[in-house]
Design a protein around this ligand. Structure first.
Ligand SMILES: Cc1ncc(COP(=O)(O)O)c(C=O)c1O
Length: 355
């Protein structure tokens, strides 16, 4: 019998969302409520006309567009098949057996999974009222900690800590400890938190910032993420990234999407309007919803039994939110913000369940 090596055999597979049947509307994966920029769709389609050659391994147009929009050094922008690829490679490059990777209580679940792949130990610092606590992170650092991951805004909480807290964390962490700021949802919070302050941390040599085209840019299917790196860290990461990791069509679509900031900002505004209305409507039903700075909301029911009932009722109406048992939040469901008609359908179901 062919056997995988020990740590892999013992690993649980990464738990992806249940997406239901063909008629189910998914509110489970935090994809965009609205399509990508028409320019991005056209660029992707045009690139499909000739796929003879491997994609450019250096993503030149994509990183130039990113650098241009965000005022960054293109040489230090690296692109991944989703920011997941960058996160996984960072962990493999900078943590190994005997090392610890530190996340937070409700941090992005893939970090724990990628840590197990690297045979390192994942440790979670407690959060405070569903919000990242810099003091708790600092109290959880040990001499074995090699990487600290902070997701801001957070998933699945949707909560945000001010840039000042991230800067305070970096200043207090040892300089030989890598800080990764996962900003997958940052476009939904850039008005509140100046992105330049966080990107500037990469100049120190010990901090990486990751972002994605999967959320505000509406390109989850393209698998395109990016990060801003210190030069030395970028050099190590390149050794682990798959060469030609992003398809030609995805690079073209992501480049055009980045150039169309107006479309992205419009999507963010429309999403936030629907999100805030839905969150308030849920609160009016007596449910608890933390203020979200993302494209999803965390809906907290009276108890796990009520959340289970709501989940079953939503499924019966072909609506699928994401159960939060994996985060020990069984009394919660996470709902991606979709078009208003879908959120109205969800609200009608929740009204029935809670009345
Ligand atoms: C917090 C966070 N980080 C990273 C990712 C990875 O996104 P992608 O690989 O699509 O860029 C996600 C996806 O849901 C996420 O929620």
């Amino acid at each position: 019998m062919i056997r995988a090596v020990d740590p892999i055999r013992q690993m649980a597979p990464y738990a992806l969302a249940d997406l239901g049947g063909p008629d189910t509307v998914s509110l489970a994966q935090n994809e965009s409520a609205f399509p990508a920029s028409p320019a991005a769709v056209a660029a992707g389609q045009a690139a499909l006309a000739d796929l003879t050659l491997y994609p450019d391994p250096d993503w030149p147009e994509m990183r130039a567009a990113i650098a241009d929009v965000h005022g960054l050094d293109p040489a230090r922008v690296l692109c991944g098949a989703g920011s997941m690829e960058l996160i996984g490679c960072l962990i493999r490059a900078f943590a190994g057996p005997g090392d610890q990777v530190l996340g937070t209580q409700y941090g992005y679940a893939f970090v724990a999974s990628a840590t197990a792949q690297a045979q390192a130990q994942y440790v979670a610092a407690p959060e405070d009222d569903l919000t990242v606590s810099v003091d708790a992170i600092l109290a959880t650092v040990t001499p074995k900690t090699r990487i600290v991951f902070v997701c801001n805004p957070g998933n699945p909480t949707g909560t945000l800590i001010p840039n000042g807290e991230i800067l305070r964390l970096r200043a207090a962490l040892p300089a030989d400890l890598l800080l990764v700021v996962d900003q997958a949802y940052a476009e939904f919070a850039d008005n509140d938190n100046d992105p330049a302050e966080i990107f500037a941390l990469a100049d120190r040599g010990d901090t990486v910032i990751t972002r994605t085209f999967s959320k505000a840019y509406g390109l989850a299917g393209a698998r395109a993420g990016w990060g801003y790196f210190p030069a030395g860290i970028a050099e190590e990461l390149r050794k682990l990234l798959n060469p030609n990791n992003i398809s030609t069509a995805s690079q073209a679509a992501a480049t055009a999407a980045m150039h169309d900031q107006e479309h992205m900002r419009d999507v963010v505004t429309r999403t936030a309007t629907i999100r805030d209305r839905f969150a308030q409507d849920c609160r009016d039903l007596g449910l608890s919803v933390p203020e979200s700075h993302t494209n999803f909301v965390l809906v907290r029911f009276a108890d796990a039994e009520m959340a289970r009932k709501a989940d079953a009722a939503l499924r019966a109406h072909d609506l699928m939110m994401r159960g939060m048992g994996g985060y020990s939040l069984s009394e919660c469901l996470r709902a991606t913000v979709c078009e208003k008609t879908v959120m109205d359908r969800c609200l009608a179901v929740l009204k029935e369940v809670t009345s």
